[in-house]
Design a binder for this molecule. Structure first.
Ligand code: TXA
Ligand code: MG
Length: 339
């Protein structure tokens, strides 16, 4: 059961966060409370990473399975080094290139990281977020902050404070409203405990960007470990995830006809459209998506939230282009469409 909380929302400038608001948030974190805050990817639901009880309340608030480890956010490379047994040169190169930014690095954890953070596993994933509000909060709190995305488990990640409030009102002490997040999809999770390093979850840092630093990496969709028992290697790989309430299907051509048929069968239909169509059937909720991958990513979850709010029960998605820049988008669409 979760502990009911009085949820306060404070708006904060995303570029120059007000020190008084940040210090209020940091104080809540320091005394074991829950604060939702913007990062450059999505909003996170944060608690002191060194306080097992505080981290447990993240699991309760989200309804998160205890087998799913949580990313630890830190203010600096030095702070990340404190969390792990060993910091290999590869980690330094990655941090130099991608931090602050949307890359989560998984390494063997030190005992100061409570087992609940790692879901009983031996590793911890950490990153330095590239958002002034997140960084200010980390600096003011002076402790690492464990933060999964601020949604209920398996639902769509939040890219605005309103999304957080919709999902977690009464379950979080404070929401820092820094406006919509720029990235829109989550960080890339990279396991450095194996050789070659292995991408556990594709994200805003692309495979090609990683390969430019690392050389070969392990990224084979077919080889991903989805078996149960023990902490999953990366439960963000669980099949249905990042999912709107509506049933979602990707369609590679003639989507107007698919939309029309769903409508004829009495569905309320939403359409994430990439290719302008001449004839849009009436009564459809159409969201025009960008053909630029970054802009598409930034919009995707907000579009899911809008379609859920509009009460559609079927979502048709024009299949996006292939290619490195679109990989994380395809990954999320596939998980959103899993049964
Ligand atoms: O962009 C992001 O990563 C956002 C922001 C808030 O930082 N956070 C986020 O957290 O997406 P979450 O909990 O929704 O997803 C974290 C993913 C999960 O798939 C989890 O299984 C994986 O990272 N993960 C975390 N720690 C891990 C570890 N030690 N080993 C393997 N996978 C890990
Ligand atoms: Mg999540």
């Amino acid at each position: 059961m979760f502990n009911p909380r009085q949820t306060i929302v404070r708006s904060v400038s995303p570029e120059h966060p007000d020190a008084a608001v940040i210090s209020e948030a940091a104080e809540i974190i320091r005394r074991g409370g829950l604060v939702a805050f913007p990062t450059e990817t999505v909003y996170g639901l944060g608690a002191s990473a060194l306080d097992g009880n505080a981290v447990e309340s993240i699991f309760e608030a989200k309804g998160r399975p205890p087998t799913n480890p949580i990313i630890v956010h830190v203010a600096s490379v030095e702070a990340a080094q404190h969390l792990v047994l060993d910091w290999p040169p590869l980690a330094s190169r990655l941090a130099e290139r991608f931090w602050p930014g949307p890359l989560t690095i998984v390494l063997p954890k030190r005992p100061i990281v409570p087992n609940i953070v790692s879901a009983g596993g031996r590793t911890v994933g950490s990153r330095v977020p590239a958002h002034p509000v997140a960084l200010a909060l980390l600096q003011a709190a002076q402790i690492p902050i464990a933060a999964p995305s601020a949604n209920r488990s398996s639902e769509v990640s939040p890219t605005t404070a309103e999304h957080v409030q919709k999902a977690l009102d009464g379950r979080v002490d404070l929401i820092l409203d820094g406006g919509p997040t720029a990235g829109g999809l989550e960080s890339t999770v990279l396991d450095l405990t194996v050789d070659p390093p292995r991408v556990l979850r594709p994200g805003l840092v692309t495979i090609a960007q990683l390969e430019a630093v690392l050389g070969a990496i392990d990224w084979n969709e077919a080889s991903r470990d989805r078996t149960g028992g023990g902490p999953a290697r990366s439960p963000g790989l669980m099949e249905r995830h990042y999912a709107p309430r509506a049933k979602l299907q990707c369609v590679d051509r003639k989507s107007a006809a698919v939309v029309q048929e769903l409508l004829t069968l009495g569905n309320r239909v939403g359409w994430l459209r990439l290719r302008p169509a001449a004839d849009v059937p009436e009564g459809i909720v159409v969201i025009d998506m960008s053909s630029d991958a970054d802009a598409y990513a930034a919009r995707l979850y907000a579009a899911f939230h809008e379609l859920d709010d509009a009460g559609v029960n079927q979502i048709v998605v024009d299949l996006p282009p292939q290619g490195d820049a679109w990989l994380a988008i395809h990954d999320r669409l596939r998980r959103a469409s899993a049964n």
